[in-house]
Design a binder for this molecule. Structure first.
Ligand SMILES: *[C@@H]1O[C@H](CO)[C@@H](O)[C@H](O)[C@H]1NC(C)=O
Ligand SMILES: *[C@@H]1O[C@H](CO)[C@@H](O)[C@H](O)[C@H]1NC(C)=O
Length: 268
């Protein structure tokens, strides 16, 4: 009897070694859900594969790195980083720092600098359905790593690197219904710290039909519903505790379903 209990405990210990328990993120919004209004719905349909933290580096390289997107669940533990990203903590630490905003269109050219508090207070709001991507200001990337370094050093990035690349962070906060319309670049990871982010992806050889000055939301409402089956994107919604990987040159568009805090690791 006692012996079988020991064997059981040993097996459990081994199992927990092989498969780290997924980090449970408290179900709170860090003060960011300024509004509950979300102009877009979560879609249950998910056509991106999801794998748990038992995936090995060689499986990642062989099965996904060069060929298709994947969602890695529970692969990072960012509980501490998340607490530093609450609205109150970020405003305390960085409220008076200038942040550089970009327009949310495909070929974002305009940049605007504002104090971080002003972005949060005045500009961080749900996407207006009638405005163009080029009229929507978005805080993502262009981060001053000197000023924000103390925060970024607390971020635990996904543990996988593609040989010959190194990672660069892009951090952002944006309102519900906002997002970046279709574009492509090198491979990388995207993790949401607060809020849900819906992803739409196409392989490099399948250029999607979209207006580069429109918003992801207008594409979702005006184009997406009428796509024939063969023209539908690969898609899924990620939540805190999940990291989406996109391979090199894959087209992608994002849509923040909630007011969201997020960070990407671009591999270049
Ligand atoms: C980043 O912040 C530092 C410290 O405030 C400042 O000296 C530097 O000019 C900033 N860099 C950029 C590219 O804005
Ligand atoms: C997008 O907007 C830019 C700048 O206003 C304009 O030059 C360009 O022609 C527009 N592109 C399309 C496809 O509407």
């Amino acid at each position: 009897m006692a012996r079988s209990v020991h064997v059981l405990l040993l097996l459990q210990a081994l199992a927990s070694l092989a498969l780290p328990e997924q980090v449970a993120y408290p179900d709170e919004d860090g003060g960011w859900a300024l509004d509950r209004y979300s102009p877009a719905q979560e879609e249950e349909r998910c056509t991106v594969e999801r794998v748990d933290a038992s995936i090995t580096y060689s499986q990642f390289i062989q099965q996904y790195a060069y060929s298709r997107p994947v969602i890695l669940q529970g692969i990072t533990d960012n509980v501490e980083f998340r607490s530093l990203c609450s609205k109150k903590r970020l405003l305390q630490e960085f409220g008076d720092r200038q942040v550089r905003l970009s327009t949310a269109n495909t070929y974002s050219y305009e940049k605007v600098d504002v104090p971080f508090w002003e972005y949060v207070d005045q500009l961080l709001k749900p996407q207006d359905l009638n405005s163009l991507g080029c009229d929507t200001l978005y805080f993502f990337g262009d981060n001053n790593f000197t000023e924000w370094g103390s925060l970024f050093e607390k971020y635990m990035p996904p543990p996988f690197r593609i040989p010959g690349t190194s990672g660069a962070y892009s951090f952002g906060i944006a309102g519900s219904g906002t997002g970046v319309p279709f574009h492509w670049h090198g491979p990388g990871f995207s993790e949401v710290i607060y809020g849900r982010k819906r992803w739409f992806l196409y392989p490099p050889e399948q250029t999607p039909k979209f207006n580069p000055n429109g918003t992801t939301l207008s594409w979702l409402l005006e184009t997406y519903p009428y796509l024939p089956e063969a023209a539908r994107p690969v898609e899924c919604t990620i939540r805190p505790g999940e990291v989406l990987y996109f391979p090199d040159r894959w087209w992608h568009a994002t849509l923040n379903l909630d007011t969201s805090v997020f960070i990407s690791t671009f591999l270049g």
